[in-house]
Design a protein. Structure first.
Length: 402
């Protein structure tokens, strides 16, 4: 067998590139006529993989042979220097840097990068990422393995915070409103209201408002009004009334829930009521007795005296009804009491024409009732005509309304 045929046979037999160096050595040793010395075929190579240095000796024709001998597989993002097809020289330096995928999430926007840097800090520099002042989910000194890294970046954002009556401009790298408030040292009560909601993601220019809510319960004594009950009385004329029993207000304890927002009451809710004193009803007697018939008018009067009665006091004696000047008294009553003939405000003046007690009695008001407010309109006008006959309109402050 010729030498060239023998060499071809051994090469096919030792097809694995892993054993290429051993095969070449055997071929050389078994080929006495090759004329090539061992020392001229073996090369020393310095292999650096991601900074880890290894010395490799063997009969390698190319850089690819060196990599194959060390079971190093190269991907599309890996870097080899010199190129795999480069012929190997003795003392050759071969450098391999594996590619790593770095997925960067900046405020929710994800971008994928490939880098051969072995630390996060180096990758940030190599890729020119601008993360000044940002919050990173990993330390910049962290090692990047071949599996890569997912990095979350929160950029600083300007936020307007209004709380406790103060508006503050702050810069935050927190992701949510809740985290930003914690960072700012704003403690929240159970009932406080935060706008927008705590889970809201922080965006540039966001305005956050905290409203302080306080809920209190208070128990207060509240007056209970009395009612008025009417009883019929045959001792009083129809149209007359008389108080039999004065009304007395009662009392109750009312518990109310008050909601304060930033110090102001924004909601009230009654929780309970408890009567502590029952009111006493006012009892009013209402007359049912028929009045005596009015005396028949005298037929002896002349037409002139009849015509002048509209400006005089008319009949001013006895208990008969005298409605002379009724229109005038209505106008005065409208001014004095708003036209309320049964008014009693407790100021010492009674009825539509506001008689005081003594004046009412001085002109025979008790012919009809003990006080003016207990008499009817017709009876009060009758008594007013009696006083008018004595003193004119002088007793009335509303004389101008006549």
């Amino acid at each position: 067998m010729h030498t060239s045929e023998y060499l071809l046979f051994l090469t096919k037999l030792l097809a694995s590139r892993k054993l290429a160096a051993v095969a070449a050595t055997l071929i050389f040793l078994t080929t006495a006529g090759a004329g090539i010395g061992y020392a001229t075929l073996v090369k020393d190579v310095t292999l650096t993989v991601d900074g880890e240095v290894t010395d490799v000796r063997g009969m390698h024709a190319t850089v690819a042979d060196v990599l194959a001998s060390e079971d190093i597989e190269i991907g599309e993002h890996d870097v080899v220097q010199p190129a795999p097809t480069t012929e190997v020289r003795d003392g050759q330096n071969v450098v391999v840097r594996y590619g790593r995928e770095l997925k960067v999430n900046v405020d929710g926007e994800v971008t994928a990068y490939w880098t051969t840097a072995t630390t996060l800090d180096a990758a940030i520099r190599d890729l020119g990422l601008r993360v000044e002042g940002a919050e990173l989910s990993a330390s910049r000194s962290q090692t990047l393995g071949r599996e890569g890294l997912a990095l979350r970046v929160i950029m600083p954002k300007d936020v307007t915070l209004t709380a406790d009556g103060e508006k503050t401009e702050i810069t935050s790298t927190e992701r949510t409103v809740a985290a930003m408030l914690r960072e700012a040292g704003v403690a929240l009560g159970d009932d406080d209201i935060v706008t927008p909601e705590l889970g809201t993601v922080i965006t540039p220019g966001l305005a956050v408002t905290v409203k302080r809510v306080k809920i209190e319960e208070k128990t207060e004594a509240v007056a209970v009004p009395f009612t008025t009950v009417e009883e019929k009385s045959s001792d009083l004329y129809k149209g007359q009334t008389k108080t039999k029993t004065e009304g007395v207000k009662g009392s109750k304890d009312v518990t109310t829930e008050y909601t304060y927002t930033d110090g102001k009451v924004t909601k009230e809710k009654v929780l309970s009521e408890k009567v502590t004193k029952k009111p006493t009803s006012r009892v009013v007697l209402v007359g049912t007795k028929e009045r005596p018939a009015a005396p028949a008018p005298s037929s002896s009067g002349s037409s002139s005296s009849s015509s002048s009665s509209s400006s005089s006091a008319g009949n001013t004696s006895g208990a008969g009804i005298n409605l002379a000047n009724a229109a005038m008294w209505d106008r005065i009553a409208q001014c004095e009491s708003g036209g309320r003939w049964n008014i009693n405000t407790g100021n010492g003046y009674y009825g539509g024409l506001q008689f005081n007690y003594n004046t009412w009695l001085s002109v025979g008001g008790d012919d009809f009732a003990p006080r003016a407010d207990l008499a009817s309109r017709a009876e009060q006008i009758t008594v007013a005509n009696r006083l008018y006959a004595q003193r004119g309109l002088q007793p009335w402050g509303c004389a101008h309304a006549a």
